[in-house]
Design a protein around this ligand. Structure first.
Ligand SMILES: C=C(O[C@@H]1C=C(C(=O)O)C=C[C@H]1O)C(=O)O
Length: 270
């Protein structure tokens, strides 16, 4: 069954972290009764798009690469061109000695990215265990943890031997930007002119970063200035030619580790 902006409201899922605030700025109002916006962890958005509970979602890029029927519908993305701040490896041992790695339940892309980096930099493939959203790092029985989103933005205790910013690691390792998530439609869904609303929200969000930061910072234990810098300097919200190259590079490396199935090349054009 297809749905379109003209008839049944589109079910649209966005990431529930701070990083998404500039992408959905005014989106609910722009959609009106053409779409219903809900928020969830990135991993759950991917599952809900897959099972048909959502028509469109801001899903982890690795999930887009895993399913050739997925269609990118907008050049509004969550990416970075250096340190991203909110995607971290916290390791209790030197990274080269990690044997047991706990992966944040909210993540799919950074989970794959970290396994790629550990393999390429240190030649290791640790045993993977879950790190549930309600768990604290202290409760995890592992050598290291991947933590993403809002909970990864607070200063880490001194007990870790190594802390990696995965955006920084990838960008320095490959000399490319990175794309964590993008707006994707399920096969057969007619999105009408949804792309216009998504891009307008992103563009207005980018012009309103100070206001968004001052509205959100205190509730998350951050200063307005730090949150503004996170939006303006750490994150990058547009899919351009270099980001497309980065997606191909990420895909190639993920395929070689068996994290993504081999498929025909995708062009990543909205
Ligand atoms: C920068 C981030 O990007 C995210 C990381 C994702 C992942 O690892 O699967 C998915 C969506 C984004 O929210 C973050 O969550 O901190």
């Amino acid at each position: 069954m297809t749905s379109s902006l003209a008839n049944a409201p589109l079910r649209i899922g966005a990431v529930s972290y701070l990083n998404t605030k500039p992408l959905v700025w005014g989106l609910r109002e722009r959609l009106g009764d053409r779409g219903r916006l809900s928020f969830n962890l990135p991993s759950r958005l991917a599952d809900d798009l897959h099972t048909g509970k959502l028509d469109v979602a801001l899903i982890p890029s690795v999930e887009y690469l895993r399913d050739p029927s997925h269609r990118i519908i907008s050049d509004a993305v969550i990416g970075c061109r250096g340190p991203v701040w909110s995607v971290r490896l916290l390791s209790r041992v030197p990274a080269a000695e990690i044997k047991r790695l706990a992966l944040d339940e909210g993540s799919r892309t950074s989970a794959a990215l970290l396994q790629i980096l550990l393999w390429e930099i240190h030649g290791i493939r640790p045993e993977i265990v879950p790190f549930a959203i309600e768990q604290t790092p202290e409760a995890i029985d592992a050598d290291a943890m991947l933590m993403i989103g809002d909970r990864a933005m607070h200063p880490a205790p001194r007990c870790y031997q190594e802390i990696w910013d995965l955006g920084d690691r990838w960008c320095r390792w490959t000399q490319l930007p990175f794309v964590f998530a993008m707006w994707v439609a399920r096969e057969g869904v007619d999105v009408g002119d949804l792309a216009v609303a998504l891009e307008a929200s992103r563009d207005q969000g980018m012009e309103s970063l100070e206001e968004i930061a001052s509205r959100e910072a205190a509730a998350h234990g951050l200063t307005n200035e730090d949150l503004y810098r996170y939006f303006a300097e750490n994150l990058h919200y547009t899919l351009g030619p270099e980001e497309r190259t980065a997606l191909d590079e990420f895909r190639r490396r993920a395929v070689s580790l068996g994290l993504v199935p081999e498929t025909n090349a995708l062009n990543h054009t909205p």
